[in-house]
Design a protein around this ligand. Structure first.
Ligand code: FE2
Length: 385
């Protein structure tokens, strides 16, 4: 997605005859985004990608909202989300607005008897626990702890886990997820001051191609419904493709932190952007080195964005009583800041081992019933001395 990629066999020009060894034609598919203006991929299939055989069940997976208008800070204990066998069943939306959904999942099993396609949203899947392989129509990506997997909307995939112990933090975005524009030049190349470069972005190198006919179930997410569609050909039948629209992986451990003499603002941690929210990576780093610096952040009023922090690992200097897997929600409209004692505790510290993912949304988030099951109702009073 961030730059041109080619995998498998493709003809020397677009939209010309490309024949199989038996003389028949491969089936070309232009897979575009934002009409014909966004990033696209041209893929070549063994069979027509349009062979719908049957449309079976259709059911809503829209989350139930507990709090529509919220100004209360919350702490969610993410690891209290119960593991479930099925990948889709395991996904629990905890926070949502019309632009994005924040989801916790603890799937025990790989997707076995179906394929999945999300037509509503790009998916950013952060691997907190677990290893395995993301298998897609455009190639496979191995994953492990700390990986962000970016699956553009519409890419058909399955996910294989090596063990039953998996924890995922997923962000669904209804607008495309890109790397920050300010880190790219006018050709799209990542600039020298970017906290990562093209070498850090892992593209699919392994393409699975099956020329099979039969009944292939794809669970398609559209407008918060799952529609079970049976196709007559195997969805992974691509012999080659090229373009910009493909899944990729980026490890949070490859994010190179930007530090300074005094406290750096959250945008230095930015990793992804959309029109409607940003994603930041807080990684182990040296603290500010001004002789009178205060490494802890200052109180701040994110007056027009909700701030969601997902705590991954290490010691979270600015918070008391926060563990791995917790989420803090600091809603727009009120200030928040370090917990009592955190500022003093930070002075003189040289480095931090904290690892966290932050999502700042420009529209307020609604809190779901699933979130309330794991919520700390008193967190909003935790700054009282
Ligand atoms: Fe904050």
């Amino acid at each position: 997605m961030p730059f041109y990629h080619k995998l498998g066999n493709i003809p020397h020009k677009r939209h010309i005859q490309f024949r199989k060894p038996d003389g028949s034609l491969y089936y070309e598919q232009l897979f575009g985004t934002i009409g014909f203006d966004g990033m696209s991929t041209n893929s070549y299939h063994e069979q027509r990608p349009t062979q719908v055989k049957e449309i079976k069940k259709q059911y809503s997976v829209a989350p139930k909202i507990a709090l529509k208008n919220n100004i209360k800070s919350y702490r969610l204990r993410g690891f209290q989300v119960k593991p479930e066998n099925d990948f889709l069943d395991s996904r629990k939306t905890v926070l949502i607005n019309t632009d994005c959904a924040i989801i916790l999942a603890s799937p025990k099993q790989s997707t076995q008897d179906y394929f999945y396609k999300n037509t509503d949203a790009d998916e950013l899947i952060f691997i907190h626990k677990g290893t395995g392989k993301l298998r897609t129509m455009l190639g496979n990506l191995d994953f492990k702890y700390g990986d962000y997997l970016l699956v553009p909307r519409g890419i058909i995939y399955k996910i294989d886990f090596d063990t039953e112990d998996n924890r995922l933090f997923i962000v669904e975005s209804r607008s495309p997820i890109y790397t920050p524009k300010r880190y790219r030049n006018w050709f799209g190349q990542l600039l020298e001051h970017a906290p990562f470069c093209e070498r850090d972005i892992r593209r699919p190198q392994e393409l699975e191609t099956y020329n099979e006919s039969g009944d292939f179930l794809i669970k398609v997410k559209k407008q918060d419904d799952i529609i079970e569609m049976v196709y007559a050909s195997h969805p992974f039948d691509v012999v080659g493709y090229d373009g910009y629209n493909y899944p990729y992986a980026f490890s949070i451990h490859d994010f190179e932190p930007i530090t300074g003499r005094i406290h750096q603002p959250p945008p230095v941690h930015q990793t992804f952007e959309t029109n409607t929210f940003v994603v930041c990576s807080f990684v182990p780093r040296l603290y500010d080195y001004h002789p009178e610096s205060i490494p802890a952040p200052y109180n701040h009023s994110n007056i027009d964005s909700d701030e969601v922090l997902y705590y991954v690992d290490g010691d979270f200097m600015s918070r008391n009583d926060i563990d791995a897997g917790h989420i803090s929600l600091h809603p727009a409209g009120i200030p928040h800041g370090p917990h009592p004692g955190a500022v003093e505790r930070s002075i003189g510290e040289v480095k931090t081992d904290e690892l966290a993912v932050m999502v700042d949304t420009f529209k307020p988030l609604m809190v779901t019933e699933e979130a309330m099951k794991i919520a700390d109702e008193d967190y909003h009073k935790s700054w009282l001395e």
